[in-house]
Design a protein around this ligand. Sequence first.
Ligand code: FES
Length: 105
Amino acid sequence: MRLRRVDPAPAGGQFFFEGRPVPFREGDSVASALMAAGIATFRATPVTGAARAPYCLMGVCYDCLVRIDGADNQRACMTPCGEGLRVERQAGVAGSPGSDERGAR
Ligand code: FES
């Protein structure tokens, strides 16, 4: 049996992760595009600062929280890519003890 090769989705554009351009394909979530670009650490925990990466990729674990266009606590796995989005790592959960209103510690 021969497996058919699946062509990748067409290029969708690019957004920016902490100023670095990141290409994406049509249908990508922010999380999938970041991981495809080799970026695995999306946030740090509020108490220990431990690095977190996407885990469930279906909106349940919240380990993929990032700031998108200035809005904190966005789940990267549930956010479709868009041309020119500005995505940043987040420290903790914005509004949680030990973080300022931006999520920074
Ligand atoms: S990876 Fe679990 S909510 Fe996004």
